[in-house]
Design a protein. Structure first.
Length: 338
């Protein structure tokens, strides 16, 4: 990163490459979420300000840097990865810049705008049409297809579910930035989980600095992470159908499992009170925080940071669309009443 002073004497960074703009995302005060209640200092780490629009830019850059350093990835190489969307966009961008081919395996839950984004950047998208027949899980089916493509294409695989670079990216990036901005660690940290790279990296920083922060993993109902019970997961971006290698190294203080309806409610409430438009996982994070305020797990005066992995623009035709919610969420609510 370079920089210069404009005529008003302000410093503005200048980057040699769009990837260099990864990180240093804003930490924004969002106390208005609880209005008219006051006394609960609340911040949002807006990862949508990364170049590809999500926290996965950090993970993708760290994994690619490691693969290049190890001689596994070079111009002309072929790489394949499974993604619910955001990592696929980040890797598609890096493949364009690095001169290697990228194949991304997604499933039917991936947002149409995210698919279009990957394709616009030159990625080849493989969309599976059925979940794993034994478990009924989409993630397992995606990973099975990845294994097939590795053989077919002679490709390398970053394996975001076990790659330690994810921990490093969020220890040295996300959590370091939060603590630097606040000048201390917060009392509570809420992070949506899937691969668990973000929460694992943040927790490593907190433990290394003996911080007393309560770390909350926001998971999906139906996710098997942290001893969860397998079930149908409607929304992409949080939860997992298989216990990831990374998750075995993560020990959150609390696990909150949020339903699709709770994620939708949380996302819409944040948008309409603070003008911050989160994705589905961000909605789940908001819902988990509100639950803890109601139950007293978060007390007045305690400072909280919500990590919002992406923005809600890719979800405008799903969780922010009344017709889609009525068609997809309402049946689940009715089923649960029976």
């Amino acid at each position: 990163m370079k920089g210069d002073l404009n005529p008003r004497g302000e410093f503005h960074p200048v980057y040699d490459c769009v990837t260099d703009a990864t990180g240093d995302t804003p930490l924004v005060r969002i106390d208005g979420l609880l209005a008219p209640v006051t006394g609960y200092p609340l911040w949002a780490k807006l990862e949508s300000f990364n170049p590809s629009g999500s926290a996965k830019d950090r993970t993708a850059k760290a994994m690619v840097d490691d693969a290049v350093a190890a001689g596994l990835l070079r111009p002309g190489s072929v790489a394949v990865e499974s993604s619910s969307g955001n990592l696929g966009v980040a890797l598609a961008r890096l493949s364009t810049l690095g001169g290697w081919q990228f194949h991304c395996v997604v499933d039917q839950r991936t947002n149409s705008s995210t698919l279009a984004h990957m394709k616009a950047l030159g990625a080849t998208v493989h969309q599976i049409t059925a979940p794993d027949p034994e478990t009924g899980d989409w993630l397992i089916a995606r990973r099975n297809r990845v294994a097939e493509l590795i053989e077919e294409l002679g490709a390398i695989n970053f394996d975001q579910y076990s790659n330690q670079a994810a921990f490093r990216a969020h220890e040295e990036g996300t959590m370091t930035e939060i603590a630097a901005a606040l000048h201390h660690a917060p009392d509570h940290l809420y992070v949506a989980v899937s691969t668990t790279g973000t929460i694992g990296g943040c927790q490593r920083w907190l433990r290394a600095h003996d911080a007393p922060t309560r770390v909350v993993a926001v998971d999906s109902v139906g996710s098997v992470l942290f001893d969860g019970e397998r079930g149908t997961r409607l929304l992409p971006g949080y939860g997992a159908g298989t216990v990831t290698d990374l998750s075995r190294q993560v020990r959150p203080d609390t696990v909150q499992r949020m339903s699709p309806a709770q994620a939708v409610d949380g996302a819409r409430r944040l948008a309409r009170t603070t003008a911050v438009l989160p994705g589905a996982s961000g909605g789940a994070v908001v819902a988990a925080y509100l639950d803890d305020v109601r139950t007293g797990a978060v007390r007045p005066g305690e400072e909280t940071v919500l990590v919002l992995h992406d923005e809600g623009t890719a979800y405008l035709d799903t969780i922010y669309d009344d017709d889609w919610v009525h068609e997809n969420i309402a049946p689940i609510l009715e089923e649960n009443k029976q």
